[in-house]
Design a binder for this molecule. Structure first.
Ligand code: NAD
Ligand code: UD1
Length: 340
């Protein structure tokens, strides 16, 4: 297939582009490098021996996007592009609603003006909100989120669902990612957050490599086995493979409409278990201190991963030790990320 990947230079996008190339697909990327650099794609090309056509522009430039679809003859689109920092979204809601919603609307209008009707969207477990019970099942309603970033995911899921309900030529996969971590096993590509990381494993990696002094553990008084938060960490390569099987499933499923799939392992791992796994993988001690709970955090979040298994034949195969070993290989080989 010929696939257009929005946000393909980013963390999950670059690993997915690599997997698509390895499976023999043709790939083009649109990215404005707002949170990435073309270096990730250059490394993907080196690793795979493949080549990727890069289009550098903002998805909100709808005329350019429409031109691309007029000539591109894409079989499908994977839509990663968007802003993703929860705290920043609370501080700058208009930026988040503007960027994430306008980019997606611009994309679906450009697709509607072309023959391309197959779309995979990066949703998030955050759409289950605070009231859903673990393990989260896709049929759960109502979707809700407690911050502007999460609300853009809920809104976009509704927009895409309505689009598919109005026109059955659309085939849309809503992939609800749990907590993506790790890196390609080569250590050549990985997660490269700008500034101080918000998420757990990039923070631990930067402590291990000496860029940060110690980890703050956000609360140890949750109702969980060791008191720290439980999350469903999923290796980014498992996630990348999930996109390829979702695309293949959509391609073989006329009339499917919009369908949600959880991409998670189904297992919850605590903050302290992640610290221990990372120490084992790296051989570096991670100093930490317990801090107050972070606003908006849940005690536990993990998937019921059975729909993706039953319908896509997909299961995550990599465990927390492999996630930490691969994250560490990337961080230790690239202490300053792609900027080195
Ligand atoms: P990322 O920031 O590494 O990648 C996003 C990419 O989109 C970047 O390359 C960025 O430059 C690009 N981009 C942003 N706005 C753009 C625009 N208007 N036009 C063109 N390009 C634009 O993030 P990621 O971790 O790879 O996440 C990819 C997607 O998955 C996002 O939609 C994110 O919300 C979603 N998601 C991520 C996580 C996670 O923990 N990483 C979890 C759930 C969902
Ligand atoms: C966060 C976002 C969520 C987003 C997800 C993936 C919040 C409130 N939620 O989820 O919307 O979909 O990232 O991008 O930001 N932790 C620490 N110390 C740290 C960092 C994290 O103890 O320095 C703990 C957290 O309290 C949590 C776990 O580690 O228990 C995982 O945190 P994180 O990686 O930020 O992911 P989520 O909170 O699941």
């Amino acid at each position: 297939m010929k696939i257009l990947v929005t946000g393909g230079a980013g963390y999950i996008g670059s690993h997915t582009v690599l997997t698509l190339l390895e499976k023999g697909h043709e790939v083009e990327v649109v990215d404005n490098y707002d949170n990435s650099s073309p270096e990730s794609i250059r490394r993907v090309e080196r690793l795979t021996g493949g080549s990727v056509v890069l289009h550098e522009f903002d998805l909100r430039e709808e005329e350019r996007l429409t031109e691309l679809f007029a000539t591109g003859a894409y079989d499908a689109v994977i839509h990663f592009a968007g802003l993703k920092a929860v705290g920043e979204s609370v501080a700058e809601p208009a930026l988040y609603y503007g960027t994430n919603l306008e980019s997606t609307l611009s994309l679906v209008r450009a697709m509607a003006a072309s023959a391309t009707r197959t779309l995979v969207f990066s949703s998030s477990a955050t759409v289950y909100g605070e009231r859903a019970q673990v393990p989260y099942v896709e049929a759960y309603e109502p979707l809700e989120a407690n911050n502007p970033y999460g609300k853009t995911k809920v809104m976009i899921e509704h927009i895409l669902g309505d689009l598919a309900a109005a026109d059955d030529s659309w085939r849309i996969g809503l992939l609800r990612y749990f907590n993506p971590v790790g890196a390609h096993p080569s250590g050549e590509i990985g997660e490269d957050p700008a500034g101080i990381p918000n998420n757990l494993t990039p923070y631990i990696s930067q402590v291990a490599v000496g860029r940060l002094a110690s980890l703050g553990v956000f609360g140890d008084d949750y109702d969980t086995p060791d008191g720290t938060g439980l999350r469903d960490y999923i290796h980014v390569m498992d996630l990348a493979e999930g996109h390829v099987v979702a695309l293949e499933h959509l391609a073989a499923s006329p009339g499917i409409g919009a369908r949600a799939w959880n991409l998670g392992t189904g297992t919850g791992t605590s903050v302290l278990e992640v610290v221990a796994a990372f120490e084992k993988a790296s051989g570096v001690e991670i100093p930490y201190e317990v801090k107050p709970r972070r606003a908006g955090d849940l005690a536990r979040s993990y998937a019921d991963a059975s729909r993706a298994k039953d319908e896509l034949g997909w299961v995550a195969t990599r465990g927390i030790d492999e996630m930490c070993a691969d994250a560490w290989r990337w961080q230790s080989q690239n202490p300053q990320g792609y900027r080195a």
